[in-house]
Design a protein around this ligand. Structure first.
Ligand code: OGA
Ligand code: MN
Length: 267
């Protein structure tokens, strides 16, 4: 089947049809997938059957992989590149991270070099619920009221890890995509603590106005998972959130493997 790219929503996202990711991808196909990722920010590959090794190999086509700080307790045995996102338990203990995205965020934004993107592969899913929301921060930047753009100016913000407060970094509130040159909003409600050089209340008020703007439906695509979906998003210009409704229900089983591609320092 020839490779096809089909747009998924007005906001962002496209489905890549006709590619079996368990096999090596030809260079010409890779070029198209890479271009589609830059254009649509989120790519969905349906009906994949991937071993951990095959997912790692496809991920590496986009660059070296990042080891997640939580991987000490949530990585897949024998595959430190794979982070387990799961509600499964074994012997009364979570086998992975139960809720990886309680608030809108970009993965590893608290690193000096946050990630380029993440690939999440759905292995087992509940009958309903557990969508992932994706929000287009390029569009959000373009439609941000001038008053808010001016209030931020060239400022940077402080980001820190929720689990490990010693992991922190300062990044521009508005960053420039290193491959497309397009500007986007990079701050997020899960990992951004404050805007540099502002009084705490002013920073909190400004951030909350920016977040309300970013969460408008016109910027959002909500992915309804099917087993075998692999979703690859661009952490440089997309925010995402896990939309769980039944996290405490023991019959709610959602089991996924994530790989994370290393990125560069935002500017
Ligand atoms: C992640 C994440 C969202 C989800 O894996 O980085 O935020 O829906 N996941 O599980
Ligand atoms: Mn995440």
């Amino acid at each position: 089947m020839p490779l096809m790219i089909r747009q998924l929503s007005e906001a962002l996202g496209a489905e890549v049809i006709g590619l079996d990711l368990s096999r090596p991808i030809a260079d010409a196909e890779f070029v198209r997938v890479h271009r589609a990722h830059l254009d649509h920010h989120v790519l969905v590959f349906r009906e994949q059957q991937l071993t951990p090794r095959q997912q790692i190999e496809f991920s590496r086509r986009f660059g070296p992989l990042d080891a997640h700080p939580s991987q000490g307790d949530a990585h897949l045995a024998g595959h430190p590149e794979i982070l387990v996102i799961s509600t499964r338990q074994e012997n009364g203990k979570d086998v992975g991270i139960r809720n990886a995205g309680p608030l809108w965020h970009s993965d590893l934004a608290y690193r000096q070099q946050p990630s380029l993107g993440s690939m999440l592969y759905a292995i087992e899913l509940p009958d309903s619920g557990g969508n992932t929301g994706f929000a287009n921060m390029v569009k959000a930047y373009e439609r941000l009221p001038a008053r808010l753009k001016a209030a931020v100016g060239e400022r940077r913000a402080l980001f820190s890890s929720t689990r490990n407060l010693s992991l922190l970094a300062h990044h521009p509130v508005f960053r420039t995509h290193p491959e497309t040159g397009r500007k986007s909003i990079f701050v997020n409600p899960q990992l951004t603590k404050s805007i540099d050089g502002m009084a705490a209340e002013d920073s909190a008020a400004l951030l909350s106005e920016i977040y309300v703007h970013c969460q408008q439906p016109e910027f959002i695509y909500s992915h309804e998972w099917r087993p075998g979906d692999l979703v690859f998003w661009d952490n440089r210009c997309v925010l995402h959130i896990a939309d769980h409704t039944r996290l405490d229900d023991p019959t709610y089983i959602r089991h996924m493997h994530r790989t994370t591609i290393a990125g560069d320092q935002p500017f």
